[in-house]
Design a protein. Structure first.
Length: 274
């Protein structure tokens, strides 16, 4: 699948840092879910955020995306500090996220879900409504064409007029990814994109994530499936007890005794038991 089909041709990607955080801390009723997490996300790559249950992975993503405020620490999108910005403001800067449990707009059709995604829509301006209705119609046609194309790419075209709540779990995951792509992200945070989907969809979703990388999007994904991580991720961050335990390629981390003790050994034992 060609990356140009989603976001246009990828430009040359430097090894700049797309997203980074310093000393992120978040506590709930005195219990630290995240306790000083710090890491960098390389631009234009797919980075996995892994670790045992309760390590603070989703909390970190919530903080970075503006869904939750941190108690301490700083977060940066490129050179811009986004610490404790509201999620809508962060999204306007090009950082978007999906959820482990998909949050589709269930009462809208699949197509309508995508049409809500693009930022800076001309129809949001009263001046445009009153004085430039033609520009609104042109933009709406452009958005509709792009949305229908994405629905074809994500194999949802035949469901375009279906209420989103009627989709299967796997289809909702695809819809959420397509809706995020419709918003033209620079950085996309994926919270367990493979969780709860039919095994036949895992490779397909992996291909879509690789396609995002080819289109120049930086991806940070929480994922427990280490086969997927090894196959598609360039870089891995391990969280444990709310802190960054180690970073590197998965092949390197398999040799790290602290990582094996905290997480990989547990995962590999579980896999052997199955």
């Amino acid at each position: 699948m060609s990356g140009a089909g989603l976001l246009g041709s990828a430009q040359s990607v430097s090894q700049a840092v797309a997203l980074h955080c310093e000393g992120i801390t978040k506590a709930f009723q005195g219990v630290h879910a995240v306790n000083g997490a710090a890491f960098e996300i390389p631009q234009g790559q797919i980075t996995a955020l892994i670790g045992p249950n309760g390590a603070g992975k989703t909390t970190v993503v919530n903080v970075l995306s503006g869904a939750m405020k941190c108690d301490a620490g700083r977060a940066f999108l490129g050179d811009t500090e986004i610490t404790n910005w509201p999620s809508y403001k962060i999204a306007r800067q090009g950082l978007l996220r999906t959820f482990q449990l998909s949050r589709e707009l269930g009462g809208l059709t699949v197509l309508e879900n995508l049409l809500t995604a693009p930022p800076h829509q001309a129809g949001d301006s009263l001046v445009n409504v009153l004085l430039r209705p033609g520009s609104i119609r042109r933009q709406e046609r452009e958005h509709a064409e792009r949305a229908l194309h994405l629905l074809e790419v994500y194999r949802l075209y035949r469901h375009r007029d279906t209420r989103a709540r009627e989709l299967s779990g796997g289809q909702k995951k695809l819809l959420e990814m397509a809706r995020a792509v419709m918003a033209s992200p620079k950085v996309l945070l994926l919270d367990e994109p493979m969780a709860g989907v039919n095994p036949a969809l895992i490779d397909l979703i992996g291909d879509y994530i690789l396609d995002l990388k080819r289109s120049g999007v930086t991806v940070l994904m929480i994922e427990h499936n280490l086969n997927v991580v090894e196959k598609i991720c360039d870089y891995v961050i391990v969280l444990a007890e709310g802190r960054t335990l180690a970073t590197g390629r998965l092949s390197e981390l398999r040799e790290n005794t602290e990582v094996v003790k905290a997480y990989l050994g547990e995962v590999m034992d579980a896999g052997a038991a199955r």
